[in-house]
Design a protein around this ligand. Structure first.
Ligand code: NAP
Length: 252
């Protein structure tokens, strides 16, 4: 692994790494040399197997990201305690609720916003306390095309993903001086559980595909390069960006 992208000796905490984009990011960071802490509510045995196959170490932490801030602090502390360091945090776990805005309940709103916005803030805060002590760290939030656009029938998701872009910039401004880079990845339309209802929709599926200049939906591994970039020395002077990885969706 070239020096600029080499993560050997580093510890990365990836949330929601049991499946989809989080799993691909965890495997990419491990392939670049990082040991992985996977935090989530579902067991991550498949991810564990893929990470350890790269020769890296793996730890699973049980967590519900719709929980309170104290749980986020405990998770960051446990991740740090594992090897006495915490170098990379990827706030990937995310929830979506599809319904007409007239029908969204307060409970559904809170679950989405707590998972996609509140948990990343308090987990970042707890991780940054460790990173500031080390004098270095990388925080990567997972944004969305709905950090730039409104979408259809996903108001809480669009609000939370727009807010995570603002939070990325706010935290970057405060923590750059501590040696911490805060940035975001904005995936386009990727084939994961999150988008299964869209891919099954006979109207939405072809309409989405027709707008993607690359001519295909993203595969989770398409995020690997951008994730390693934002986690590595290669991005040391990059702060507060929201990097689209979208097959050209936003260029249309
Ligand atoms: P996914 O396969 O549905 O994965 C979502 C992950 O978040 C899973 O690990 C899930 O755990 C976890 N999660 C959700 N709610 C949670 C909670 N309350 N507590 C703990 N974990 C929770 O979808 P994905 O596409 O990989 O999504 C990953 C991230 O990318 C999300 O932030 C999503 O918004 C974002 N994103 C996805 C796309 C796309 O096209 N797929 C595009 C833009 C952004 P369980 O497996 O236990 O449910």
């Amino acid at each position: 692994m070239p020096y600029l992208f080499n993560l050997s000796g580093q510890v990365a905490l990836v949330t929601g790494a049991n499946t989809g984009l989080g799993q691909a990011i965890a495997v990419a960071l491990a392939t670049a040399g990082a040991d992985i802490v996977a935090a989530g509510r579902s067991a991550a045995d498949d991810t564990a197997a893929r990470v350890t196959a790269t020769g890296r170490r793996f730890l699973f932490l049980q967590a519900d990201f719709a929980a309170d801030g104290a749980a986020m602090r405990q998770m960051a502390d446990a991740a740090h305690a594992w090897q006495g360091r915490l170098d990379i945090l990827v706030n990937n776990a995310g929830a979506i609720h599809r319904a007409d805005s007239l029908d969204v309940s307060e409970e559904d709103w809170d679950r989405v916003v707590d998972t996609n916005l509140k948990a990343p803030f308090f987990l970042s805060q707890a991780a940054a306390r460790h990173m500031a002590g080390q004098g270095s760290g990388k925080i990567i939030n997972i944004a969305s095309m709905l950090s730039f656009q409104g979408g259809l029938r996903v108001p809480a998701y669009a609000a939370s993903k727009s807010a995570i872009a603002g939070l990325t910039r706010a935290l970057a401004n405060e923590w750059a001086a501590c040696g911490i880079n805060v940035n975001a990845l904005a995936p386009g339309y990727f084939e994961t559980n999150n988008t299964a209802p869209l891919r099954d929709d006979p109207q939405r599926a072809p309409a989405i595909l027709a707008r993607i200049p690359a001519g295909r939906w993203g595969q989770p591994s398409d995020l690997a390069g951008a994730a390693v970039f934002l986690a590595s020395r290669a991005s040391d002077y990059v702060h507060g960006i929201v990097l689209p990885v979208d097959g050209g969706w936003l260029a249309r």
